[in-house]
Design a protein around this ligand. Structure first.
Ligand code: ZN
Length: 371
């Protein structure tokens, strides 16, 4: 039985239409009108066994709910149909701290999108991760989202929901989506809104809810994000938002320990309150995995130090985002690959692609060149 309220279904249609319009017919809408009306959401919150949902449509707050058993809840951007079960599954997910995948033929990496949903879609489309209907097309491949969906741009929610949906579709096809936390996820969850797009100030005003509370522990997206790792490995590659510093290695923290500490003690907490605790300040600070910029600075660790980082984790490459580059940058003979290509600052950027042991740079027009 479909218990979905009609207004939610109507909204699904409008959202789908809005996406098509924004992708294909943006020029047809007078820019003043387009800029002043706000659309955002949905934001789901579990209360007893009911999912309360709110969203903003043409600057108006809308509310509804979703009850157990509903399987056709089409209420998301890009026709992302998710059921009550899909949405509430996050409340039962136990974080996997030791994430290590082997024998993966195809990997695609995108980083630091910062609310630029259209660039995100174009990149995934051109590089063969999604099809023209925006669904998973990458088969058994692994898509790594290397952190920083939040801040700067004005379509953060859309990116998160799209990854949420692709995660499900990927598993169905034998592939995987990995969402790694970046410093901007941590900042927003901690209430640091310095870089938040002004649209979300209006979202706060319309909903009457502080922005971080839209991602609270009992919200679907907030719960989903809180279970995400900071470091993972695939084949001989270590993925981390910013980097592993020599200081971090001195602590001899295994990947599963880093992910566990982040999950239990850092994500969603006040990240500026750890000054008394040496380990937490290191992990959440400038030499920690979501902030470190050392590989790209003049004082970059010497190769011996980098080798000891790689050998500690038994890997050959570290792939990082966080520090913007003009294009994908390979340092130290491909030992470090920087994939933040400025999408958060309006650049079309690049994706890093990996196929059977070779790295490639993929452009927004689908041109692929060997790294
Ligand atoms: Zn970052």
């Amino acid at each position: 039985m479909n218990l979905l309220r009609p207004d939610i279904k109507t909204r699904a249609f409008i959202l789908t239409l809005c996406l098509i319009l924004s992708l294909n017919l943006a020029a047809a809408t007078p820019s003043g009108e387009r800029d002043t009306l706000i659309n955002d959401g949905p934001y789901y919150f579990l209360s007893d066994d009911t999912l309360r949902v709110l969203w903003i449509e043409n600057s108006m707050l809308r509310k509804g709910y979703l009850l157990p058993g509903v399987t056709d809840g089409t209420m998301l951007p890009a026709d992302l149909s998710l059921s009550y079960r899909d949405l509430t599954r996050v409340y039962g997910v136990k974080p996997n701290y030791r994430q290590s995948y082997k024998g993966i033929d195809s990997i695609a990496v995108i980083a630091d999108v910062h609310g630029n949903y259209n660039t995100f879609l174009s990149q995934l489309l051109s590089n063969g991760v999604i099809d023209k209907n925006l669904n998973w097309k990458f088969g058994k491949g692994h898509l790594v989202f290397l952190g920083d969906a939040f801040d700067r741009g004005d379509k953060v929610t859309e990116i998160l929901w799209h990854l949420f949906k692709l995660e499900k579709q990927a598993v169905k096809n034998g592939g995987r989506v990995h969402f790694l936390l970046g410093n901007h996820e941590l900042m927003v969850l901690a209430g640091d809104l310095r870089y938040n797009n002004e649209k979300y100030t209006k979202v706060e005003a319309i909903t009457g809810i502080p922005y971080p509370a839209l991602y609270s522990e009992n919200s679907v997206l907030g719960k989903w994000l809180r279970a995400k790792p900071v470091m993972i490995t695939i084949n001989d590659i270590l993925f981390v938002h910013a980097g592993v510093s020599p200081e971090l290695i001195r602590k001899e923290l295994k990947i599963k320990e880093v992910n566990k500490v982040f999950h239990e003690r850092i994500v969603g907490k006040d990240i500026y309150s750890f000054t008394e605790n040496e380990d937490l300040s290191l992990l959440s600070g400038n030499d920690g995995p979501v902030w470190y910029r050392g590989y790209f600075e003049e004082s970059a660790p010497v190769i011996s130090s980098l080798d000891s980082i790689l050998s500690y984790y038994g890997k050959a490459h570290i792939v990082v985002g966080h520090t913007p580059q003009k294009s994908i940058t390979a340092l130290f003979g491909n030992k470090v690959i920087g994939v933040d290509t400025g999408m958060g600052f309006g650049q079309s950027g690049n994706m890093l692609l990996y196929k059977n042991g070779q790295f490639f740079k993929g452009s927004i027009t689908g041109v692929r060149s060997k790294l």
